[in-house]
Design a protein around this ligand. Sequence first.
Ligand SMILES: Nc1nc2c(ncn2[C@@H]2O[C@H](COP(=O)(O)OP(=O)(O)OP(=O)(O)O)[C@@H](O)[C@H]2O)c(=O)[nH]1
Length: 331
Amino acid sequence: MVTVLAMSTATSPKSSLAKLVLGPKPKPFKIMVLGQSGVGKSALVVRFITRRFIGEYDPTLEKVYTFQTVIDNEMVYFEILDSAGDSHESEYANLESNIRWAEAFILMYSVTDKCSFDECHRLKFLINYNKRRRRLTSTKDSALETPVVLVANKADQVEDRMVSTEEGQRRSKEIGCVCFHEISVRESIDQVWSVFHDARRFYRVSNKWSWGRSEPPADVHPTALGRPLSRAASDSAPDEAITFSTSNAPFCRRWTEADLDEEVEVSVARSDSTSSSGKSECADEFRARASTDSRLPPRPARPRHPHSARPLPASVRRMSVAMKGDNTNSY
Ligand SMILES: Nc1nc2c(ncn2[C@@H]2O[C@H](COP(=O)(O)OP(=O)(O)OP(=O)(O)O)[C@@H](O)[C@H]2O)c(=O)[nH]1
């Protein structure tokens, strides 16, 4: 009704009144959910929007959902593209143009399906490729970073699990995702919300920073900075649900890159002190990561999160496969 008024009176004085009442059209936050067929993409999106878990969806449908909600005291107008899981050769152009459309990604696999886990490699490569090309051809958008949140779904299917939590964490780091969530869309609405919230927060932070700010904006939630929040559960019990102390982040099983770095750091320290062969396991791991099977693009030299101005000692920088974490504690 209101829209009709605004359109039909476009040249009359009422149009400015309508504009005044309606305000400018809000800029949508365009997010794309990617992953192999059957991992639960539609279930995730519908759960986020309706809070309900609906069992079956049309697998061929590719759909954009619009939804608005408040995140970190700000109204966010989501446009969520639930992509079709099976992309054949002929649909690559479509997939790539969808990737160029999006401003953030949820890359999803099922813990019960190893193929879907492996597919994340390829999809992340496609994202990198298309976003890099965009940077070369665009001026304004060139400043934007594109956060990718890796999500492992169907954690409730304990008996059928084929991909461990640790493998998921490692993969998230290897392919350069901003954070990793292991969730069950069926079991937990909070976990679903935390995925979308993180996508938004990381987008917001990287977006603001890339416009030349040297300090984090005051209104940005620390979660989005990759800074670990204080936890109710012990770090030494990674299999237990982790709850965060902030009231608007009651999420569990979420790992930012900073969290993962801490874990790597601990394991490096352990292997250095316990290795009896004299050969550093850490160095082996480093080489394994550094070697490429030609499927992974090289990681960009530019950090996704701002680092403190203080340069790291050379030895630490060499280890920065793990992108070690002074920067995580400096805000
Ligand atoms: N057990 C369990 N089943 C789930 C979960 N999430 C989704 N499913 C089921 O997984 C199946 C596939 O879910 P969809 O949401 O259709 O998967 P999709 O990735 O959108 O699949 P395409 O549309 O083919 O790309 C459905 O039967 C869902 O009910 C979950 O967290 N746990």
